[in-house]
Design a protein around this ligand. Structure first.
Ligand SMILES: Nc1ncnc2c1ncn2[C@@H]1O[C@H](COP(=O)(O)OP(=O)(O)OP(=O)(O)O)[C@@H](O)[C@H]1O
Length: 254
């Protein structure tokens, strides 16, 4: 089943100084359970695509659908992870991960227990009563992931979720997130500047170019790389071959 579909999307922003064409002729689909990376230079429209899927923006032309339904407003089917964890400093980790359920009036004992199981899955059960400032950056991002998953989304949009972390923590978190999305059979769309991250984590990669934002190509990550953990993948010859191939696309485009 198709989870996300963009059909011939164009998007223009209107500003005081005129019009900016952020996206032109963007079409792709993402199957349920797939994990897709969106890579491209700064300003090529990656965040605009996420906002269109999230129902926070409406395209100037074209159609965005989520599980076959036109996107007209934000929905609970979507969860987000951002570069910053946006944990509220005055709430404990448990209170933070339950926040989304609480403010949408969906909190129940069963959902609370599920959230605690997720904290346990992420190795964070012992931190439930602690406050965000008492956790490391990697632990905070894991707590942010639990908060996202606690709301039971079907699709998770990840906007540079690792870019504020140390390299080693980032590699550990990449593996954990790829495995968690797959074990919960979630659909994921990862925006990243890091081509290696997309190759190491995703099933397919949408490679974009800028001015105006458009798709250069969409490629499937070979099973030989998919079979490896993100850390092992980075060390494989196939990874380096694919990295060079996409890098050449960027160079040709530049
Ligand atoms: N609210 C806005 N008003 C006007 N122009 C905008 C607005 N948001 C984005 N743009 C322009 O649209 C284009 C695409 O921006 P977008 O933020 O989607 O790119 P991006 O690929 O996510 O960039 P980055 O990787 O730096 O986050 C850019 O030229 C940007 O300047």
């Amino acid at each position: 089943m198709v989870a996300i579909s963009l059909e011939q999307i164009s998007h223009k922003y209107l500003t005081d100084s005129g019009e900016t064409t952020a996206l032109t002729d963007i079409s792709f689909t993402i199957e349920q359970g797939e994990f897709v990376g969106l890579v491209g230079p700064s300003g090529c429209g990656k965040s605009t695509i996420l906002s269109l899927i999230a129902g926070l923006l409406f395209p100037s032309a074209g159609k965005v659908t989520l599980f076959g339904e036109a996107v007209v407003r934000p929905t609970h089917q979507l969860g987000y992870m951002f570069q910053q964890d946006y944990l509220l400093p005055w709430r404990t980790i448990e209170q933070n991960v339950l926040l989304g359920l609480e403010i949408t009036g969906r909190l129940s004992q069963a959902k609370r227990e599920r959230a605690l199981r997720l904290l346990d899955e992420m190795g964070l059960l012992g931190t439930a009563d602690r406050y965000p400032h008492q956790l490391s950056g990697g632990m905070r991002q894991r707590a942010a992931l639990v908060r996202t998953l606690a709301s039971e989304p079907q699709v998770v949009l990840l906007d540079e979720p690792f870019s504020a972390l140390d390299y080693q923590i980032k590699l550990q978190l990449e593996a954990l997130i790829a495995q968690t999305l797959s074990s919960h059979r979630l659909t994921g769309l990862l925006v990243t500047h890091d081509l290696g991250e997309a190759i190491a984590m995703c099933d397919r990669i949408i490679v974009m170019a800028g001015r105006p934002g458009r798709i250069l190509r969409i490629l499937r990550v070979p099973d030989t790389i998919r079979a490896l953990s993100p850390l092992e993948a980075r060390e494989s010859a196939e990874f380096h071959g694919l990295f060079r191939q996409v890098w050449r696309d960027f160079q040709d485009e530049a």
